[in-house]
Design a protein around this ligand. Structure first.
Ligand code: ARG
Length: 459
């Protein structure tokens, strides 16, 4: 008979395939640091509650610290027969320190242990994600400030709409990420609650002090109900939802970068270090980083659906189904973290082709709305002004002439309200600087928005 930690009531060994099929150690060993921190806090609390002696506590803590070092040095032998990270570490502790190691699991179950480990692990990674997200946001602010007055076409329906500043466009990206960061901080509040002390499902008979363990592990509060605490994974679902949304934002930024780096747009040059070539076409330089980020968005969306489906209809309390929570969650974290890191490195290095962007804005009658607004200021009703300018545009399309290239007499064919001062409003600079209010595209507003955002980001 195998020497399992739960082997007492069993009369035959686990089927070999079942053993491999039910094991999670190949992926949950990633939580070794959190598992050991949780065990050290648990042992510390048990000694204060006089469930363990101080000597026993010290032996356990020293043993766990040595195991931690062993794992970090790559010397730890993970065993599939020991199923998961929790039992691998506990069995090794008993190997090292003898019978005292067998006391660590007093007043605890793997059910509250694993739920605690995942929360600690996710909390640690939320903080790493927040760091990369902040670095990307700072990069966007730097670029937006530099490009506050750079003119490009703004699009709706991917058709030239009105001139905007490139800085303003970058700040639109920034706003998406600002909301992602709020969602991340909000999710962290619900992640940072402690299941430990719930034991298997009903709590424990030992005189535990959950408040003390909570404090030692830096949780904001303890989970209020033991049944809920061991079965709840909605914090992980919530994380995947915000990760999917954040990846969606990165995929939109990616799509624009892919378009803009194409020869047809040529708005942006992406430095070679973020691109790769083709094995057949010698001329190629492909924007792989944004393309991959765009593609990876799909896997995070998939992980969200996996976790929702995993949790659907589960009865209380813990079910083994929940072992399936880790791979989707880990991969969602890795994917988001990697994508943010790639973007944070890449964004400050973007090289805008200012002349090309400006020329693109000049084409496509981007200042037609400005001309209509001009006529309104001269006393014409907006709907009539719209009609007048529409006719002028039709004339321009036929003559292959932009509004700003028409002579005053050509323009006056459409309205005698048009005077020489019209050319000020038909310039690109005139158009963007006229949109001078909070949230508008004027360079002055972009600079002010950057300053406010920088201030908000600093705390
Ligand atoms: N490896 C398990 C998991 O990932 C740990 C908890 C298992 N508990 C149990 N009674 N089988 O969820």
């Amino acid at each position: 008979k195998q020497n399992k930690l739960w082997g007492g009531r069993f009369s035959e060994s686990t089927d070999e395939f079942v053993q491999a099929f039910t094991a999670s150690v190949n992926f949950d060993q990633r939580m070794y640091d959190q598992d050991i921190r949780g065990s050290i806090a648990h042992a510390t609390m048990l000694a204060e509650a006089r469930v363990l002696s101080n000597d026993e506590r010290d032996a356990i803590i020293n043993g766990l610290n040595e195991i931690h070092a062993e794992i970090e040095a790559g010397e730890f032998q993970w065993s599939v027969a020991l199923e998961d990270v929790h039992m691998n570490i506990e069995a090794r502790l008993t190997d090292r320190i003898g019978i005292t190691g067998k006391k660590l699991h007093t007043g605890r179950s793997r059910n509250d242990q694993v739920a605690t480990d995942i929360r600690l692990w996710l909390r640690d990674h939320i903080d790493l994600i927040d760091g990369e997200l902040t670095r990307l946001m700072q990069g966007l602010l730097g670029l937006a400030e530099r490009e506050a007055a750079t003119i490009m076409p703004g699009f709706t329906h991917l058709q030239t709409a009105q001139p905007v500043t490139f800085g303003h466009h970058l700040l639109a990206w920034f706003e998406m990420l600002r909301r992602d960061r709020e969602r991340l901080a909000d999710c962290r509040k619900r992640v940072n609650r402690m299941p430990l002390g719930s034991a298997a499902l009903a709590g424990t008979t030992y005189p535990i002090n959950r408040e003390r363990t909570r404090e030692l592990l830096g949780f904001d509060e303890v989970c209020h109900n033991s049944l809920d605490a061991v079965s709840d994974r909605d914090f992980a679902i919530e994380f995947c939802a915000l990760a999917a949304l954040s990846m969606t934002h990165l995929s939109r930024m990616s799509e624009e970068l892919v378009l803009w780096t194409s020869a047809q747009f040529n708005f942006i040059n992406l430095p070679d270090r973020f691109c790769t070539g083709s094995s057949i076409m010698p001329q190629k330089k492909n924007p792989d980083v944004p393309e991959l980020v765009r593609g990876k968005t799909g896997r995070v969306n998939g992980h969200l659906i996996s976790l929702l489906t995993l949790m659907k209809s589960q009865p209380l309390a813990y079910n083994k189904d929940n072992q399936e929570d880790k791979e989707p969650l880990f991969d969602a974290v890795d994917t988001l973290l990697g994508s943010l890191r790639a973007f944070a490195d890449m964004v400050p290095a973007l090289e805008p082709n200012r002349e090309v962007m400006r020329e693109a804005a000049r084409r496509g009658f981007a200042t037609a709305t400005d001309l209509a607004d001009y006529l309104v200021r001269k006393g014409i009703a907006f709907r009539d002004a719209h009609e007048i300018v529409g006719k002028a545009v039709a004339f321009g399309v036929a003559q292959k002439k932009d509004l700003s290239d028409m002579s005053i007499s050509e323009l006056r064919q459409f309205s005698d309200q048009i005077d020489e001062d019209v050319f000020e409003v038909l310039t690109l600079e005139g158009s963007v600087s006229a949109r001078n209010h909070i949230g508008g595209t004027a360079p002055e507003q972009v600079r002010a928005a950057v300053a406010r955002a920088r201030e908000a980001l600093s705390h």
